[in-house]
Ligand binder design. Sequence first.
Ligand code: NAD
Length: 293
Amino acid sequence: MNTQNIEYNITGHTVLTGLLGSPVSHSVSPAMHNLAFRMLGLDYVYLCFDVGTDHLKEVTDAMKLMGVRGFNCTMPDKNLMCELCDELSPAAQLIGAVNTVLVEDGRLIGHNTDGIGYMQAVKDAGFDIIGKSMTLLGAGGAATSIAVQAALDGVKSINIFSIRDQFFGRAERLAESLTATTGCRVMLYDMADQEALKKSIAESEILTNATSVGMAPNTDRCLIPEASWLRKDLIVSDVIYNPRETKLLSLAKSAGCRTCNGMYMLLYQGAAAFKIWTGRDMPTEAVKEKYFV
Ligand code: NAD
């Protein structure tokens, strides 16, 4: 579809959505949401607001009063937003972080669409991981969202590997609660246990990097030491989108694996938020064509 020259007039009825976080000026979200609003003829606008945790409560209180339809939130606001919401989706509750808020009748309803975005991106790449086993690297925000959504969606087992940093204790509790409340068996391992990691990868259908290792500017880094740990029928995915091809993904390609980068996770978490605010499907193919090539 030709996305040039679509008219967009701000009116007295224009509905406000946006992004809270700090920093936010680099975000691709305004481009994708505003294009989608325009294409569907929706009288909405999406703007970025540089707001850290210090003023998050005042800003969200004001948003309720101003009739804002909803907003995304990113670092460092995702955890505090969880406490400020009046109601949480099951995923947001399990993750303990909110990236999308719907304002309805003056109440804040918190969702987390990062995991939904990841699962959709994997599906979109042509991979079916439902009922399969996953090795997940990391236990931070992205990894938690993925573990929760994958468990809710029916992935059979997830082995999480994390270094013993501030995320480890929370991941221990998450593994226990997901195993108890979903049909998925979730286990946590110390990333230092390289034998366990190698074995887990050998027994998994998908390996997912949800750490920041390999992200620009440290693009020469990778948590998998050599291509011989990977095999042809393994799917290797990375949540990192800068660079598009991380060292892990290039190693995976050299081993003949099928791969999936973090670009479309970003797109589909946005599409899920768009649906929550507007009830409409984001025209993702056109958004991909314009902003995700
Ligand atoms: P975070 O700070 O919450 O978590 C970082 C994770 O990386 C932790 O698990 C930490 O233990 C791990 N880590 C850091 N250094 C490590 C090392 N040297 N060895 C092993 N593990 C290490 O951050 P986050 O929000 O989860 O983001 C992680 C990555 O995911 C970033 O690159 C971010 O850009 C990306 N991300 C992508 C999307 C998307 O839509 N594609 C969404 C969210 C995050």
